[in-house]
Design a protein around this ligand. Structure first.
Ligand SMILES: [Zn+2]
Ligand SMILES: [Zn+2]
Length: 304
């Protein structure tokens, strides 16, 4: 009795790490290895088709570092790579030709860490993409349509898609990761004062130039201390500076100083931490209970 199971024979061989091309095998026999952790690098596949039938096969390989290669169609075409040490990771096979619609090609890969994955058929993908897992073994058959080799619940193909990098959410209200511009504004626009001498953000050029240095320090200090930081004063317009009795040309008038209170930490502890972390100048006011940060120079010093 002739072989009734297979009208069309698949004849294929695998190219395996350290071994090279293996023997030609047929109709579902393994063409690679299992349990040896050897990567399959390429395979060749041809069909033995009875006289009078026209069925051909398109072959495609997904290879480490290269991705999907161009499809190949000829009996001797190599699907994958040889001599480059790259693992085959996924494949796609599809029948075509005048009589292709009567038949289905079935294929499955044995993959590192996964074992035999499910059988896949015409035009589907088998193996993995994006997981850096090597295929190690391969089986291929062609049947008349109407037979399915799929096992319920077994995955035949997995693709890990790297999520696109999200644009950071730019919130115009936020000066840094933890601090809003409103917290840093001049007392002129704060509800509790509302002096109205400025719009809250005087010296726009100096703000752009100088504020990021302190905002970065505040964000880092916030994470370093793991505690809420209350900004009691950052920018002061000239009038506010006079009102609060600040020294002339105070760093506070040029976006170069910030006064903070950190509940749970003494003014000295806050100053020492900020200076250690960033090298900024840090003055602590024991009597008033706050810490003033400014450009490097003064180190950590006590102001009564
Ligand atoms: Zn003001
Ligand atoms: Zn200050």
């Amino acid at each position: 009795m002739s072989n009734q199971l297979f009208d069309i024979n698949t004849v294929y061989s695998g190219h395996v790490q350290d071994i090279g091309w293996g023997p030609e095998v047929r109709n579902g026999v393994d063409a690679g290895t299992t349990g040896q952790s050897k990567r399959l690098e390429a395979f060749k596949l041809k069909l033995e088709v009875p006289e009078g039938l026209e069925v051909k096969v398109m072959k495609r390989a997904h290879v480490q570092d290269f991705g999907w290669l161009d499809p190949v169609y000829e009996d001797d075409d190599i699907c994958g790579t040889v001599g480059l040490g790259k693992e085959l990771q996924a494949i796609q096979l599809q029948l075509y030709g005048k009589d292709a619609d009567q038949y289905e090609i079935w294929f499955q890969l044995h993959v590192e860490n996964k074992g035999w994955m499910n059988w896949m058929s015409g035009g589907e993908l088998a193996g993995t993409v994006g997981l850096a897992l090597q295929a190690e073994d391969i089986r291929i058959m062609v049947f008349k349509k109407g037979v399915s080799l799929k096992t319920d619940g077994v995955v035949g193909f997995v693709e890990y898609v790297t999520p696109p990098a999200k644009d950071p959410v730019v919130d115009a209200n936020m000066a840094g990761k933890y601090f809003s511009w409103a917290e840093l504004a001049c007392d002129c626009i704060k509800p509790e004062y509302g002096f109205g001498w400025c719009d809250g953000y005087p010296e726009q050029d100096l703000k752009n130039q100088n504020a990021p240095y302190l905002i970065d320090i505040l964000d880092r200090l916030r994470e370093y201390l793991g505690a809420m930081i209350i900004v009691t004063s950052m920018i002061r317009c000239g009038d506010c500076n006079d009102h609060w009795g600040g020294i002339q040309r105070s760093y506070h008038t040029t976006w170069q100083a910030v006064d903070i209170v950190v509940p749970g930490f003494s003014p000295y502890e806050v100053a020492a931490a900020a200076n250690e972390l960033t090298g900024c100048g840090a003055r602590y006011y024991r009597a008033s209970g706050f810490t003033h940060l400014e450009p490097p120079g003064c180190g950590v010093c006590c102001q009564e």
